[in-house]
Design a protein around this ligand. Structure first.
Ligand SMILES: Nc1nc2c(c(=O)[nH]1)N[C@H]1C(S)=C(S)[C@@H](COP(=O)(O)OP(=O)(O)OC[C@H]3O[C@@H](n4cnc5c(=O)[nH]c(N)nc54)[C@H](O)[C@@H]3O)O[C@H]1N2
Ligand SMILES: Nc1nc2c(c(=O)[nH]1)N[C@H]1C(S)=C(S)[C@@H](COP(=O)(O)OP(=O)(O)OC[C@H]3O[C@@H](n4cnc5c(=O)[nH]c(N)nc54)[C@H](O)[C@@H]3O)O[C@H]1N2
Ligand SMILES: [Mo]
Length: 763
């Protein structure tokens, strides 16, 4: 019997052979080098690996397809600005093994869906376009022309352009992303959901509202010069390893580092730079000076407790606040202070889960410093009150005048290597009118002003059969999104699902009535077009745009670039009704950049500026104290404490990344820094919670969530005792995504609340 979409979408429930032990006390160092060479050798020979290491994140090299952490403007390590997880990302992409017609005729879609994500990822690079016909059980090869025509036919058969969904993941370069959104808008819709909707959308909302720009304000240099860095809800040791080097520099310059996280993430505790042989021998730097093990979603309470003590000191005549800055550069101060006074310090401390003594230590640090930077990632953005989390941190910075000056400001640490750039060049379901006007002026068509679907709305739209074609430029929609069962049915309702991808993933297996896999070049590969070898460009987490150019020959001669895919589809769909010479762009990507320079602010002389090996900074008002908010000033905000509470048998669950994955791509089965080996179906639990439930190490439990009357269940997880606050548990994404309710998301930002899912355990 054929498997249902739900069955294909869920990760297999079987177990490996788990080992868990006390986590290590040090990150990176020798363990990382050993691990990376083990991983890399699975995929490529040492010569190719060394060539890649030397070019990654180098001036005139290619941008690591891993995270969005910036490269130093000045000196770069001769060994390459690489990190263990960047190299794993690279090795996966640059592997020699390919899959095509023969592979897909051997394995049916149903068979492939019984493989684990780890096995799916290991199968190799996609080498040729593949098509799944209505009722077929195997994908079969299709030519590029036929594939483009098929997409065009389906899009043109829709009753309205709004019946198509165009998803983007954050690896897409500026050039491809700009053309993609241009095509989508000329086609007639703004349905441009992207991975940002599940990632830093809440940061964008909170920061635009309070500081007038949806991006962070600091540069790498600021981090080096800061007196106090708060790292909140982020695990850089695994997800942004090169950030540890910046934190180490900050410490060397006398800075203090505070970590706010339910877990004592090893990378933040002690770090050995793999590029510093001396430190490899001496054991590295202790990074965190003060660790606050906040309860999941206890951050607003914690920050309020700090704010209350700062206010008390200010009231008592201490000069804690930057009153000049507050007076000249902010609005909403008195309302904010009046609101703050309504809260009780003891209650806030209790709700934060942190000891009063530790809160007071943080208060003392904040009082005595004014060059403060706050860094954060998914631990803050994936909650119902995510926007409040971030606004409350902004309040703290504003009180201290810690914004718009050197060594101070906001640092939302982005995920995908070009997720920030994609948004900058127009991947946005709710793009500002000024941008749409510029498109109209340049191209002569009127883009729809109606906001399109974000990720959650797109899933609902497909489920309700209001959207009928799903197109994904990169990414792995079924595994990345919440509520796997529901989303699987949503995709199955589509007439056509299309994925432009480098690697096989579960989204290729949970299809509409027809499906296409369109394989494209990766970052590391050379891109030959009529005008010669092409460069492309990306924007990092700190707003620096730089070029990226592949160095390896493509792994298959049937691969084309993302730019060529987008233009091919635009040409096949819009034909004579287009006002744009789509195929002309493919010959020379400099033409795309000329257009971006005209349409997007900050890109004047784009082609010329890209020649600067370090790239160029985009304008950033908040960085220089110019707040482009409605009032023209930085805005204080009033944020409530979260309202949820737990019954005796309930726990609050965060879904996080292990050390061996890049989002839904599973590199391996180990989470070395957490001492968990050879298993991903695990649940980290506090000893007292285990005892209360009569659970022992490695016992098997099933996890249930119940939200708005809908019960969801994920089966077979092994209990791992862990240093985690009471009532908090952690599982890995994407295995636990079946439990994340589609209707639990950040207010106003719609980021799925995948870090605060209320669950029960059943044996
Ligand atoms: N190697 C590697 N690199 C990556 C990725 C990857 O998967 N692998 N993914 C990329 C992407 S797209 C992104 S967005 C980033 C993600 O980078 P992170 O945000 O670091 O990733 P997560 O594993 O989701 O970790 C969230 C952290 O938040 C903590 N946390 C959870 N809930 C709370 C809370 O309520 N309060 C606080 N204070 N902390 C909390 C968790 O304990 C964990 O340490 O990394 C990017 N880089
Ligand atoms: N429960 C839970 N869910 C989450 C999260 C969480 O913390 N918890 N995190 C969320 C976050 S922060 C994010 S960003 C999303 C990630 O969501 P996505 O961006 O959709 O997922 P990825 O796993 O990064 O996508 C991996 C796929 O991208 C394709 N790919 C890789 N490189 C390229 C390329 O250069 N070009 C093209 N065209 N394709 C490429 C490969 O085929 C690969 O299989 O997941 C979100 N989902
Ligand atoms: Mo992300």
């Amino acid at each position: 019997m054929a498997l249902s979409a739900k069955e294909k979408a869920a990760t297999p429930e079987g177990f490996e052979n788990i080992k868990s032990k006390t986590p290590p006390t040090n990150s990176v160092g020798w363990g990382a080098l050993k691990s990376v060479f083990g991983q890399v050798s699975q995929y490529m020979d040492t010569g190719a690996a060394l060539k890649i290491m030397g070019k990654m994140n180098q001036k005139k090299g290619f941008d690591c397809p891993g995270c969005a952490w910036p490269d130093p403007d000045d000196e770069r390590s001769a060994l390459g600005e690489f990190c263990e997880n960047g190299l794993k990302a690279m090795a996966e992409e640059a592997q020699n093994k390919t899959i095509g017609a023969e592979f897909f005729s051997r394995y049916s879609v149903d068979q492939l869906s019984t493989w684990s994500d780890f096995e799916i990822g290991k199968s190799g690079r996609l080498a040729e376009p593949m098509y799944l016909a209505p009722g077929a059980v195997h994908y079969s090869p299709i030519s590029w022309e036929a594939a483009f025509a098929k997409v065009g036919e389906h899009l043109n058969a829709l009753d309205s352009p709004d019946e198509a969904v165009f998803y983007t993941s954050g690896r897409t370069t500026n050039e491809a992303a700009f053309l993609y959104q241009l095509f989508v808008r000329e086609f007639g819709t703004a349905n441009l959901p992207d991975c940002s909707n599940m990632c830093h959308e809440a940061s964008g909302k909170a920061l635009s509202e309070t500081l007038g720009i949806g991006k962070g304000s600091v540069t790498l240099n600021d981090l080096h010069k800061s007196e106090l860095v708060l790292v909140v809800g982020q695990n850089p040791g695994t997800n942004h390893p090169r950030m540890l080097t910046a934190l180490e520099k900050c410490k060397k310059n006398g800075g203090t580092i505070v970590t706010i996280n339910p877990l004592p993430e090893v990378g933040l505790m002690r770090f050995t730079d793999p590029q510093s042989p001396l430190k490899m021998l001496t054991g590295g730097t202790a990074l965190t000076d003060l660790f606050l093990p906040v309860t999941i979603n206890g951050d607003v309470a914690l920050i309020k407790a700090v704010l209350l003590k700062l206010l008390a000191a200010q009231d008592a005549g201490e000069q804690v606040f930057d009153t000049d800055f507050i007076e000249n550069s902010t609005t909403g101060y008195s309302e904010f202070i009046a609101d703050l006074r309504k809260y009780d310090f003891d209650e806030c401390v209790r709700l934060s889960g942190v000891s009063e003594a530790s809160v007071l230590e943080l208060v003392d640090l904040v009082k005595s410093k004014d060059k403060i930077i706050i860094c954060w990632a998914m631990g803050l953005t994936q909650h119902e009150n995510a926007v409040d989390n971030i606004r409350e941190l902004v309040n703290l910075l504003l009180l201290k005048g810690s914004i718009g000056k050197e060594g101070a400001g906001t640092c939302p640490v982005r995920g995908h290597s070009n997720v920030q750039g994609d948004r900058t060049v127009g991947i946005w379901e709710a793009a500002p009118q000024a941008f749409l006007d510029k498109i109209e002026a340049k191209y002569g068509f009127k883009p729809t002003t109606k906001h399109g679907y974000s990720v959650i709305e797109a899933i609902q739209g497909m489920y309700e059969k209001e959207a009928k074609v799903f197109f994904g430029l990169g990414g792995n929609f079924i595994s990345a999104t919440p509520d796997t069962d529901y989303t699987a049915q949503a995709l199955a309702h589509c007439n056509l699902t299309v994925h432009v991808s480098t690697k096989l993933n579960r989204s290729h297996l949970v299809t509409g009535k027809e499906a296409l896999i369109l394989p494209c070049l990766g970052r590391s590969e050379k891109d030959y077009q009529k005008s010669g070898e092409q460069i492309q460009s990306v924007e990092n987490s700190m707003g620096v745009v730089s070029s990226t150019q592949g160095i390896l020959e493509p792994c298959s001669d049937k691969l084309i670039s993302e730019v060529a895919v987008v233009c091919g589809i635009a040409h096949a769909t819009l034909k004579d009704r287009s006002k744009i010479d789509w195929l002309g762009y493919v010959d020379d990507y400099a033409l795309v950049r000329n257009d971006i320079a005209e349409v997007v602010d900050g890109f004047t002389d784009y082609n010329k500026k890209l020649q600067n090996p370090s790239g160029f900074y985009l304008p950033n008002g908040a960085r220089i104290g110019n707040f482009k908010t409605k009032s023209g000033k930085a805005q204080f905000s009033m944020n409530k404490l979260p309202e949820w509470s737990l019954q005796d048998d309930e726990l609050i669950m965060m879904t996080i990344r292990s050390h061996d994955q890049f989002n839904t791509t599973i590199y391996g089965l180990d989470d070395r820094y957490r001492g968990i080996f050879n298993e991903r179906r695990i649940i980290m639990m506090n000893g007292a919670d285990m005892e209360a439930r009569g659970l022992k190490k490695h016992d098997v439990v099933h996890i249930r969530s119940e939200f708005n009357g809908v019960r969801r269940e994920a089966r077979n997880f092994k209990v791992v005792p862990y240093t985690i606050p009471p009532k908090c548990v952690a599982t890995y994404f994407p295995e636990a995504n079946v439990l994340v309710p589609l209707d639990s998301y950040a207010h106003t930002a719609k980021t799925p609340a995948s870090k605060s899912v209320v669950v029960k355990l059943v044996k």
